[in-house]
Design a protein around this ligand. Structure first.
Ligand code: MN
Length: 233
């Protein structure tokens, strides 16, 4: 690709160059978009699971999720929708044992995809927080994409399972994702009675916090938002 001359290049000049190169405008627009779109595809295969994640950060909330664990699929749909990510996840796990490996490995693979799509973290807001209600439930999430994987959870579930998903695996999912993406996540259940609502409020709060944290902050003008000058990826 030639050097387009950055933002200062006049539209007329740009169109002229494209004509000279015999490119059509639509192809150019698509190519440019593909180059600037923050996205990642990760395939992770072990003896326990085989997970593929396709993630576009600047998406519209479209999701196609099949992990084999129904309630996890529901939560990942909510995550994509409320973070405005386009997210495709196909998971094949050893569910004949239980759902533990699948849930953990979806968290790891999604965390890696997130990390990959963010590149060197330049220009991102880095932090975000949200409080999300779901009927009687209320959840808080605070995210810092600062190069250190850390997860803190405060909350409880009453039942052992929500559908096919063991409730102890909900914090475990977030922990796996946080470590793989080297992000810090604090998640708290502030209120709640129904476990389905509690979980959904947590995922929605995380989604909104994450949406803020990955957003491009124009004030940064592409700088890495750290006094160190780098964020470990
Ligand atoms: Mn629901």
């Amino acid at each position: 690709m030639p050097d387009w001359g950055g933002k200062d290049l006049k539209m007329g000049t740009l169109r002229h160059i494209i004509r000279q190169l015999d490119l059509d405008w639509e192809t150019f627009k698509r190519t440019k978009q593909e180059h600037t779109m923050r996205q990642a595809s990760i395939h992770r295969k072990t003896n326990e699971t085989d997970i593929t994640v396709n993630l576009t950060l600047d998406g519209s909330g479209q999701a196609e999720i099949d992990t084999g664990v129904g309630f996890l699929d529901h939560m990942l749909h909510a995550l994509a929708k409320h973070a405005r990510f386009d997210l495709r996840i196909k998971g094949l796990g050893d569910l004949h044992i239980d759902e533990h490996h699948t849930v953990e490995d979806v968290g790891i693979t999604l965390g890696r995809a997130l990390s990959d799509a963010l590149g060197d973290r330049s220009g991102i807001a880095r932090m975000g927080h949200a409080i999300a209600p779901m009927d009687e439930s209320l959840a808080l999430a605070a995210v810092d994409i600062g190069g250190r994987g850390y997860f803190v959870f405060d909350g409880q579930f009453d039942a052992e399972r929500i559908g096919q998903l063991g409730t102890s695996l909900i914090p475990h999912f977030f922990e796996s994702l946080a470590h793989a993406a080297k992000l810090n996540l604090h998640a708290r259940l502030l209120a709640g009675k129904d476990d389905h609502h509690r979980a959904e409020a947590l995922f929605k709060a995380f989604a909104r916090a994450l949406n803020q944290a990955v957003a491009i902050d124009p004030q940064l003008a592409g700088q890495v938002p750290s006094t160190k000058g780098v964020i470990e990826v």
